[in-house]
Design a protein around this ligand. Structure first.
Ligand SMILES: C[S@@+](CC[C@H](N)C(=O)[O-])C[C@H]1O[C@@H](n2cnc3c(N)ncnc32)[C@H](O)[C@@H]1O
Length: 338
């Protein structure tokens, strides 16, 4: 094996472009250079210009199922004779051979979701996988603190702590604040006991600017899932009350993006899930999706002229994170402070 570089294939989760953006963000934040060999609905194949540890990397990533090391690419007719644990047909006439070097640990996600001391069943639960992805999309080389201004039970900050970041969390609800603090102390003890991490939890309305986070030594990235109205379980009846609730969600999201972005330093990121609502007959999209926020640039994290599934992908402004038939689907936006 060439020790200055390695060829790895990432087996991608349900939202392949999102998983790819996450991998690129993690590599950029850690100064890992790479060349894309191939990307499709299932796999991202990279040449990485450094020796990295796939077993550590897989614990960081939320959207990668497993990682394979590529040892050889042989003509199809010769492939059967060679004993290798891993083989895929990425090319018409050749077979890629290698070994599985890391697999996602589902138990780690379950532990974060089920074993934390405070769970609020009334609020929709943010999957631990998605929390991880949001944290990873938000980080740059300089980030040392993750801030969630709609912290709920603190799922995003739990992920941030387990990756060694300081965290700030706020919410308008005093109950959420108490629960988050309890969860974050648990996360620090369970996942990052040896690190000297700062945890700051406070009550705050996200529509306004959190002055206490200005002029700090923190280099903040914001990763958040905002208020979604209600924990809707069935297609939403389109009555006056619900239309008003959705309009309120839109207004809160727009105001919070404007106010929160003021605490970011240049090039730091604001990652947010914006909901889309399904009623019996149609879907309701928020104005916040299309809005231009001065001083913020929507970015995709994909390189220019990126080829995915044989086609150039260069106009992505958001990533859909959907569960089948979900009533509220999430669209992930990445803003960069200008
Ligand atoms: C969908 S939950 C967030 C889930 C959370 N990210 C988690 O990981 O558990 C939305 C939260 O937004 C809070 N909220 C609603 N309006 C708010 C506002 N104006 N400012 C701050 N928090 C608000 C609610 O109290 C609730 O805890």
């Amino acid at each position: 094996m060439n020790l200055d570089s390695m060829n790895l294939i990432f087996s991608l989760g349900k939202n392949p472009l999102l998983s790819i953006a996450e991998i690129f963000s993690v590599f950029q934040s850690r100064d890992i250079e790479y060349t894309v060999i191939l990307a499709d609905q299932n796999f991202l194949y990279l040449n990485i210009k450094k020796v990295i540890y796939p077993d550590i990397l897989i614990k960081i990533l939320g959207g990668t199922i497993s990682i394979f090391r590529v040892d050889d690419i042989v003509p199809r007719k010769d492939a059967k004779k060679i004993k290798k644990q891993f083989r895929i047909n990425l090319y018409e006439d050749k077979v890629v051979l290698g070994e599985t070097v890391a697999k996602q640990d589902i138990y780690d996600f379950k532990k974060k979701e089920m074993e934390k001391p405070y769970i609020n069943p009334k609020e929709g639960m943010l999957p631990s996988k998605l929390s991880k992805i949001l944290v990873n999309l938000s980080i740059t080389k300089d980030t040392n603190t993750i801030y969630d201004p709609f912290c709920g039970s603190g799922s995003i900050c739990i992920e941030a702590i387990s990756q060694g970041y300081n965290v700030c969390a706020s919410d308008i609800s005093q109950v959420a604040i108490g629960g988050t603090l309890e969860n974050l102390k648990w996360a620090k003890k369970t996942f990052s006991q040896d690190l000297d991490l700062k945890i700051e939890v406070f009550k705050h309305d996200a529509k306004g600017q959190p002055d206490r986070l200005m002029n700090k030594e923190f280099n903040i990235a914001i990763a958040t899932e905002p208020y979604m109205g209600e924990n809707w379980k069935k297609p939403i009846p389109k009555n006056v009350r619900n239309i008003k609730t959705i309009a309120k969600v839109d207004a809160i999201i727009q105001s919070s993006i404007k106010s929160m972005s003021r605490i970011l330093k240049e090039k730091e990121r604001f990652v947010i899930t914006i909901p889309t609502f399904r009623t019996k007959h149609d879907i309701i999209k928020l104005e916040a999706r299309e809005k231009h926020f001065p001083g913020l640039l929507k970015i995709s994290l994909l390189p220019k002229d990126f080829i995915f599934d044989g086609k150039k992908v260069d106009t992505i402004s958001s990533y859909l994170y959907n569960r089948d038939r979900s009533i509220v689907s999430r669209e992930i936006f990445i803003f960069e402070k200008q």
